[in-house]
Design a protein around this ligand. Structure first.
Ligand code: VGL
Ligand code: ZN
Length: 200
């Protein structure tokens, strides 16, 4: 692959695999494919969803609310989740089957107690930047290919923000799996297409 292209491996973490706190159906099935894809890229970025134990997105923070409900956050609607990817825990660790030793960056997002971040570029307040755009620009990377979990949340949000950053963006759908909450996968695919993301 061209040196101007990077693979972004989104949130392939234990809590998103079967048996995890926020298991994505068949999330584990993508791991061999992600490894094979990554072998073809010189630049690979791994992301981790990485929350404090009392993160705003956890239903446990909001008495009277249950996981998968949506509440109003100061920055907009927020879906509530089971506690997941608590920083430093086994659930937040990268899947053991990932074999990408040449990855150049592990980016952790969602670290602020009161702001979620599905996107690897811009937090849910739509103001706070992770710096990934600068990391890619500094390497002359103008195109990104995405895979990982979950298609309809963190992969889609990252893909759409990558387009906003002016990057060419491709999502390899067979190397992704979705949560698919109330039609979220169909909505995410439409939003990605509308943003100019190539779904392959
Ligand atoms: C994700 C829900 C909550 C994801 C992260 O990685 O897609 N989804 N936190
Ligand atoms: Zn999360």
């Amino acid at each position: 692959m061209a040196g101007t292209e990077a693979l972004l491996v989104i949130d392939v973490q234990n809590d998103f695999l079967p048996g995890g706190a926020l298991a994505v159906p068949a999330g584990d099935a993508i791991v061999p494919l992600v490894n094979r894809l990554a072998a073809g890229f010189t630049e690979v970025v791994l992301t981790q969803d990485w929350h404090p134990a009392d993160h705003f997105s956890f239903a446990s923070r909001h008495p009277g609310h249950a996981p998968f409900e949506t509440i109003a956050a100061p920055y907009g609607p927020q879906t509530l989740w089971p506690d997941h990817c608590v920083m430093g825990t086994a659930g937040a660790a990268l899947a053991a089957g990932l074999d990408i030793p040449h990855a150049g960056l592990i980016l952790r997002k969602g670290r602020r107690r009161d702001v979620d971040s599905y996107s690897a570029f811009l937090e849910a307040d739509r103001e706070s930047r992770t710096g990934l755009d600068g990391w890619l620009a500094a390497r002359g990377i103008g195109a990104v290919v995405l895979c990982g979990l979950a298609t309809d949340y963190c992969v889609a949000a990252s893909a759409i923000d990558a387009r906003r950053c002016g990057l060419a963006v491709t999502v390899i759908e067979e190397a992704c799996r979705a949560i698919d909450l109330d039609g979220s996968l169909a909505r995410a695919r439409g939003a990605m297409r509308a943003a100019g993301v190539e779904l392959r």
